[in-house]
Design a binder for this molecule. Structure first.
Ligand SMILES: *[C@@H]1O[C@H](CO)[C@@H](O)[C@H](O)[C@H]1NC(C)=O
Ligand SMILES: *[C@@H]1O[C@H](CO)[C@@H](O)[C@H](O)[C@H]1NC(C)=O
Length: 228
């Protein structure tokens, strides 16, 4: 019966800490950015071959856009294509990204290269349009960026504040989990001690029933008459 009581106290605490632990990855993981549509206004190749257009953020793998072959044609995407999403944005940190065209002879040509930021996704539909004259017009989709971006404008101070809040939340949750675990352990220890004391008392009483000689041996003291 005692063990049942112990379990019923520890179990809700374990459940709570599991819930909080499972929340942390969701906080840390990024907002997914996918390509909604693209139109190129030119190609950079001398030869009359089809261009190979790709998107790349600094330090990440390139994403080749296999369908984009013609100028002045709008290509629209569902966001579920095999090469999607393009990238992920974490916190309020921008990424240096661009559209490029593979060049067979010299280094690759640039349609445009710019800072891709979560705060650029200001529209309620989570769409951001990036346009560069005579080069490219692309629309990006990032519904999760909206929650990252609404708390701030383009200045850096609110961005820092959002990042600090993000970390404060993680620290607070870690502290809460620690407290819950410590309370759990202390409760378990208290129960263990209480139970042990009760067992000792029971043994002590039993010794009394069994006789004075045994008690003297057990306690390692002289004849019982000295302490009674
Ligand atoms: C980049 O590509 C390599 C090889 O194709 C792959 O092993 C790696 O996981 C990729 N990295 C990212 C961030 O997608
Ligand atoms: C860029 O493309 C979007 C979506 O197709 C369109 O709404 C917008 O007017 C275009 N912008 C320019 C400057 O062509």
């Amino acid at each position: 019966m005692m063990r049942c009581r112990l379990r019923s106290r520890v179990l809700p605490e374990l459940l709570l800490s599991t819930i909080f632990l499972s929340l942390i990855p969701a906080l840390i993981s990024g907002a997914v950015v996918s390509l909604d549509s693209i139109k190129i206004f030119r190609t950079h190749e001398w030869l009359p071959s089809k261009p190979s257009v790709y998107f790349q953020c600094k330090g990440e793998n390139r994403t080749v856009l296999p369908d984009v072959k013609e100028k002045h044609v709008i290509y629209t995407f569902k966001g579920e294509e095999s090469w999607q999403p393009l990238t992920e944005l974490r916190d309020m940190k921008c990424k240096r990204c661009g559209f490029y065209e593979k060049d067979t002879i010299k280094s690759d040509d640039v349609f445009d290269e710019w800072e891709l930021c979560a705060s650029d996704f200001m529209r309620s539909d989570g769409i951001y349009i990036h346009f560069k004259e005579k080069e490219v017009n692309a629309t990006f989709l990032c519904p999760e960026c909206l929650s990252l971006g609404t708390a701030s404008d383009h200045s850096s101070a609110p961005m820092n504040r959002a990042r600090e809040m993000h970390w404060a939340l993680i620290v607070a949750m870690s502290a809460l989990i620690s407290v819950v675990l410590i309370v759990g352990f202390v409760t378990a220890y208290k129960f263990w001690r209480k139970r042990k004391r009760e067992q000792d008392q029971a043994r002590f009483l039993k010794l009394f029933e069994e006789g004075d000689d045994d008690l003297e041996d057990e306690l390692g003291i002289g004849p019982l008459t000295h302490i009674v």
